[in-house]
Write a protein of this length. Structure first.
Length: 138
């Protein structure tokens, strides 16, 4: 396995998706406990993690929340677990767990399927600012 930061949760995301990039910036803004780092699915680190987890990204089309030596989550479960770490008002999002995963993932998949059409797509992955570089795995 590759060398990953200790005690961090890794969020893998679609680096060319505008919606995904905006979501990453929101997570950074609300990550007051500094528990998250990021890697795009297209990056070398992202590809190595995906291979290690044996995930077929052509079938998932999703964010992945990976907690090394603990577990990984995809789709709506990943989103809910990420928001759980924000605290405060964000705790209300945990009500999403009352819905069956099939329903939550149906909504997630519908948005994921249309994300480029609705929000656009970049030609290449986001390049983090100097201040944010420490939050990204290359």
């Amino acid at each position: 396995m590759i060398d990953l930061p200790k005690n961090k949760k890794i969020i893998l995301f679609d680096g060319v998706c505008n919606l995904c990039n905006d979501a990453v910036l929101k997570v950074i803004k609300h990550d007051h406990k500094n528990v998250f780092v990021f890697a795009s699915l297209q990056s070398e680190t992202g590809k190595k993690i995906i291979k290690y987890l044996n995930i077929d990204v052509s079938k998932i089309d999703s964010i992945v929340l990976f907690e090394p030596n603990v577990s990984y989550e995809i789709k709506s479960s990943a989103a809910l677990k990420i928001m759980n770490d924000f605290g405060g008002f964000w705790n209300l999002t945990q009500l999403g767990w009352v819905f069956p995963i099939s329903f939550r993932d149906f909504i997630y998949d519908y948005i994921a399927k249309n994300r480029y059409k609705w929000f656009g797509k970049k030609e290449s992955c986001m390049i983090p600012t100097t201040e944010l570089q420490s939050k990204f795995l290359i």
